[in-house]
Design a protein around this ligand. Structure first.
Ligand code: FAD
Length: 328
């Protein structure tokens, strides 16, 4: 019996989380406990967003350091390049590498809404693809490779073997980026980011599984081979749904909006948001998604309940709690 093994277990679907850097002292005090709870679930990585223009540089770094030094989970740093010169972007990358961060999500970022894009300096880097290349270049210059001639291996392979690796993910837009100028531009942009050295894509929110699955089909047909992780968010209030839909420039799905509006208590809204995220995650994984990336809004209860209902973490994960009284 000691040697008995379960041969066929449940399908293991990897998952990961996104948090944002705290914007107040009170939020900063709460984040470590949230990260601890998320980390205990065993994600592949926890990513930390970055305020375009560098506004959150120090608080992002602090959250990433917390993940790196206090959990067994890999931290992933979002970085944006809009408005930066080449030299500034290089220094920023160096600073994150010096802090021990080796996993990035390279983004172009957006100018603030009140800034006129035509007049404002967009910076030297016009797209996320150029940032992907710059991250690889900075790392290559920073870590000198050890040239060891091993018999039978070409020189390039030697260089690769002895250089500490960075991994760079990028964003993908199943419903099209709001600024896309033609159908297919988002697939072309993703292909360019892959060519620049990205090894993973994470999607913007989408509200129908079919939108993600059709985008992946189009990307594969165009030659995109990197995994495309669906970004899923349990949305537990109507006001938050309206706000995130506005930010992503998407129409909020009428049925979900109506269900959140009809729910009379926080607990009911929590259940509606969780149920919707579980349905979306189930549909995309059934359709072949390589995992689930959960937007947490710096709260662990909803995302851990989603994972518990998907059977990916033990059902003892905390359910609705008093800390989940979210405002949009
Ligand atoms: P790009 O990939 O460079 O371009 C976006 C789109 O523009 C493309 O899909 C394509 O349609 C078009 N495009 C690309 N290249 C060209 C070109 N050469 N000419 C014309 N059009 C082109 N923002 C933040 O500020 N901080 C964050 O932490 C953050 N995290 C995010 C995480 C995820 C998973 C996602 C999906 C988005 C995130 N964003 C974040 C938002 C992101 O910065 C914006 O969506 C931004 O508008 C585009 O960034 P990008 O990296 O996709 O840009």
């Amino acid at each position: 019996a000691v040697f008995a093994r379960v041969i066929e277990g449940p399908v293991v679907i990897p998952f990961s989380f996104e948090v944002y850097p705290p914007r107040s002292a009170a939020a900063a005090a709460e984040l470590p406990a949230t990260i601890d709870a998320l980390a205990a679930a065993g994600p592949e990585f926890i990513s930390v967003t970055f305020g375009a223009g560098g506004s959150s540089r120090d608080s992002s770094l602090e959250a990433l350091r917390y993940v790196r030094e206090n959990t067994a989970v890999k931290p992933m740093a979002h970085l944006t390049c809009v408005g930066s010169s080449h030299a500034e972007a290089g220094l920023l990358i160096r600073r994150f590498l010096d802090a021990g961060i080796t996993s990035f999500l390279a983004l172009r970022g957006d100018l603030p809404h009140d800034v006129d894009g035509a007049a404002a300096p967009l910076g030297d880097l016009g797209s996320a693809g150029e940032l992907v290349q710059l991250i690889h270049r900075v790392q290559a210059e920073r870590v000198p490779y050890t040239e060891v001639q091993l018999p039978g291996l070409p020189h390039a392979a030697q260089v690769d073997r002895h250089r500490a690796k960075v991994t760079v993910a990028v964003a993908a837009f199943p419903n099209g980026h709001p600024r896309s100028r033609f159908d297919g531009q988002d697939v072309d942009a993703l292909l360019a980011k892959q060519a620049a050295g990205a090894t993973l894509a994470i999607t913007q929110l989408f509200f129908e599984a079919e939108h993600y699955l059709a985008f992946v089909d189009r990307a594969r047909a165009a030659g995109v081979t990197i995994p495309i992780l669906p970004g899923v968010m349990p949305v537990t209030s109507a006001s938050r749904l309206r706000r995130i839909a506005e930010l992503a420039e998407l129409t909020p799905p009428p049925r979900l909006l109506a269900a959140l509006e009809a729910a009379g208590t926080d607990e009911q809204r929590f259940a509606v948001g969780v149920e919707n995220a579980v349905a979306l995650a189930s549909a995309v994984t059934a359709g072949g998604a390589p995992g689930i990336h959960l937007y947490t809004f710096n709260r662990h209860e909803a995302v851990l309940t989603v994972l518990a209902e998907l059977g990916l973490v033990p059902a003892s994960a905390p359910k609705y709690g008093t800390r989940n009284k979210e405002s949009a």
